[in-house]
Ligand binder design. Structure first.
Ligand SMILES: Nc1nc2c(ncn2[C@@H]2O[C@H](COP(=O)(O)OP(=O)(O)OP(=O)(O)O)[C@@H](O)[C@H]2O)c(=O)[nH]1
Ligand SMILES: [Mg+2]
Length: 346
């Protein structure tokens, strides 16, 4: 499904909202006969202006509230990811506060319209409209913090990748800076992934695809690049790491675990092994998900570094890939392995 937050569009701030509403209001024209007395004309004109402004505001605020999906109703993955990225209680509270001003706006409208009916001089109509606009402005301005908050969290939520639950999903995981993104960028269609020489470059989940040919049709497999994870207790893991954990837990059909056997990533191999064991134990065994092991950066790796990892993981040749994500060496083998695995499977 597409990202449920893809229709969470820009949220105007209070000034923008008021500008739109008042502009529309001042352009409005009331239906009144030319020959009507000035007092009637003033009443009709100002009533219309007040109505247009307040109804426009109510309409726009309702639209803002409605474009935020109800988090509790989302599928597990999106719901949990949203709770990692934003404080859901604060979001609910913010939407509740915005919703709370709607009856207040309606009341101001009703009160001013009934007072307008009773005016005795045209200039009182102008004064009443100004008074209504003043009260409305003060209410909307008090919501500015909430409007800006929505716009700010929108930035995080709209970056959530679209997951197609009908297609297999390979999750690429490992320590920071080991070359996960370089591999996904190389093997998938996603060429926009950012790669940098420092850890925690990837701060969100990036989706890429691999096209595969089945006997009668073409299809795709999903390949998800994740942020690095450190070997530490779950409770200590930050929001960036937790996104990777969530993907492993909820949407992986196959895990690609990437090791950097060299000191280049800045993290030692034993910690990477600990993380591997944790992932194997928690996310592979229970859900019967296979792990493909990759030793990356073979252009830098010494034989002794590869031998150490092999021995520690109890692997024999053929049970892991040796890759260079910069040159693409051996990634073609990995791609054909992946394509073969999914060529006939559903
Ligand atoms: N020499 C060499 N450098 C590599 C290789 N693969 C990746 N790198 C470099 O390692 C650094 C980290 O690469 P990324 O692909 O960003 O690593 P990552 O695992 O996605 O890192 P995070 O997103 O921070 O967790 C970059 O400077 C890459 O150019 C490789 O096979 N050989
Ligand atoms: Mg990365």
């Amino acid at each position: 499904m597409k990202n449920p937050f893809s229709e969470f569009y820009h949220v105007p701030n209070s000034k923008e909202l008021l500008d739109i509403a008042f502009k529309k209001s001042m352009k409005s024209s009331a239906q009144v006969s030319k020959n009507a007395p000035i007092l009637i004309k003033a009443k009709k004109k100002e009533s219309k202006r007040i109505q247009v402004a307040i109804e426009e505001l109510i309409d726009r605020i309702l639209k803002i509230i409605k474009m935020v999906p109800i988090i509790d109703d989302l599928p597990d993955f999106y719901r949990e990811l949203a709770s990692i990225l934003v404080d859901i209680d604060e979001l609910k509270l913010t939407l509740g506060k915005l919703n709370g001003i709607l009856p207040v706006l309606s009341k101001i409208e009703r009160e001013h319209l009934s007072r307008l009916n009773r005016i005795e001089a045209p200039k009182e109509g102008d004064q009443l409209r100004r008074s209504a606009f003043g009260r409305v402005s003060s209410i909307i301005n008090k919501q500015n913090k909430n409007l800006e908050y929505l716009n700010q969290i929108r930035g995080n939520l709209k970056e959530i990748p679209a997951i197609d639950y009908t297609l297999p999903c390979i999750v690429v995981a490992g320590y920071p800076n080991v070359g996960k993104s370089s591999i996904v960028k190389n093997i998938s269609t996603n060429k926009k992934i950012e790669i940098k020489e420092y850890p925690f470059t990837t701060k969100k989940l990036n989706m890429g695809h691999l096209e595969i040919e089945r006997r009668f049709h073409k299809t795709k497999i999903q390949c998800l690049d994740t942020p690095g994870i450190l070997d530490r207790p779950m409770a200590k893991r930050n929001k960036i790491e937790l996104q990777a954990i969530l993907a492993l837990r909820l949407i992986s059909d196959l895990i690609l675990f990437v090791f950097d056997p060299t000191p280049a990533s800045g993290y030692d191999v034993d910690s990477q092994i600990e993380l591997f064991n944790e992932i194997k134990e928690n996310f592979s065994k229970e859900r019967k998900i296979e792990i493909i092991i990759i030793f990356n950066k073979i252009d830098l790796a010494k034989e002794s570094e590869i031998a150490y990892l092999k021995e520690k993981l109890n692997l024999i040749d053929g049970q892991f890939y040796l890759t260079n994500a910069l040159s693409g060496e051996n990634l073609d083998k990995l791609i054909s392995d992946l394509k073969e695995r999914y060529a006939e499977k559903k």
